[in-house]
Design a binder for this molecule. Structure first.
Ligand SMILES: [Zn+2]
Ligand SMILES: [Zn+2]
Length: 155
């Protein structure tokens, strides 16, 4: 945790920014909830628990700055809410998401898996790929199990 904060601090410095206490509080919440895909309001409420003096606008500006510096990715799962997702360290590409249309759970796939697709796109469309976003919408394993159980009870 402290290592990662140190490295984010360096990334900010390189871009000419300081890791102020407010920014650090925001970064800590993102690190503590790495898998949670928090909205700006979610981040704000969590930051406020530890730093009650912080305002929503400050948290919001910090999130925008972190997005600009590619420390976090902003993502929308189709519910109109922007969520903030820490980019995995050293990841060349944004990870993929599996969104369950029943329970709303979000799982992540870290492997790229798209090398072949990218090759085709770059070759046939003469397009230089820098990144991608891939969200699968479907039914998670737990929801599938639940259906199977309900089915069994009926029979
Ligand atoms: Zn994610
Ligand atoms: Zn589900």
């Amino acid at each position: 945790m402290e290592d990662r904060i140190d490295r984010i601090k360096k990334q900010l410095h390189t871009a000419g920014y300081k890791l102020t206490p407010q920014r650090e509080a925001t970064v800590r919440v993102l690190l503590e909830h790495e898998e949670d895909h928090l909205s700006a309001e979610d981040v704000y409420l969590l930051v406020k628990e530890k730093s009650p003096e912080i305002g929503l606008a400050t948290v919001y500006r910090t999130l925008e700055l972190l997005t600009e510096l590619k420390i976090v990715d902003k993502i929308n799962f189709g519910d109109g809410v922007s969520r903030y997702d820490l980019r995995k360290e050293g990841a060349a590409h944004f990870h993929h998401h599996l969104v369950c249309i029943e329970c709303g759970s979000v799982a992540e796939i870290q492997e790229d898996l798209l090398e072949e697709v990218e090759e085709i796109v770059e070759r046939d469309w003469k397009f230089k790929i820098k990144d991608h976003r891939l969200t699968f919408h479907g039914i998670c394993y737990r929801c599938q199990q639940k259906h199977a159980e309900e089915q069994n009870q009926k029979e």
